[in-house]
Design a binder for this molecule. Structure first.
Ligand code: MG
Length: 165
């Protein structure tokens, strides 16, 4: 029998604000600016969650964790990942691979790629080599290039672990 596979896509944009902690891919990065948001603003993990949910045919992150829910204020996005993985497994899917692009002028992503890959692999129950993180600059153009915002884009490949009836 051929394994059933599905791909999901997630995209997330956050404004960058002075004095905010900069947590991306579940890793805290030293930076004078960080992503603004109701939770910790981790756009990379938000994009991954939406990619995984999309592939599993489940809802999206904004529906599961509304940004006007006061109990979620300042919450670590790693907690969203744990919940998303649990829902995904219950629906009969496991995460095979994740690929992420983070577009930001600053901070530089490259020095933190290895830590992000390890963290995301641990959060989603995959091997480290099944997770990739790439940083791209905004080429000094538009809100990303001007350092006003960052954008994360992720794809996730899931395989079916069992028929859910
Ligand atoms: Mg977000």
């Amino acid at each position: 029998m051929t394994a059933r596979l599905r791909i999901g896509l997630g995209i997330d944009v956050h404004r960058l604000a002075a004095g905010r902690p900069c947590i991306l891919g579940g890793v805290e990065i030293p930076s004078p600016v960080g992503p603004a948001g109701h939770s910790d603003g981790d756009a990379a993990l938000h994009a991954v969650c939406d990619a995984v949910l999309g592939a599993a045919g489940l809802d999206d992150l904004g529906s599961l964790f509304p940004d006007d829910d006061p109990t979620l204020a300042g919450r670590a996005s790693s907690g969203f990942c744990v919940d998303v993985l649990e829902r995904t497994r219950r629906a009969g899917w496991s995460v095979q691979s994740i690929d992420i692009v983070i577009e930001t002028e600053k901070p530089a992503i490259q020095p933190h790629r290895a830590a992000m890959r390890a963290r995301i692999a641990a959060l989603f129950g995959t091997e480290v080599d099944a997770v990739n993180v790439k940083g791209k600059s905004g080429e000094k153009v538009g809100p990303i290039g001007n350092g006003e915002a960052l954008r994360a884009t992720a794809v996730a490949l899931l395989s079916q672990t069992r028929e859910v009836g």
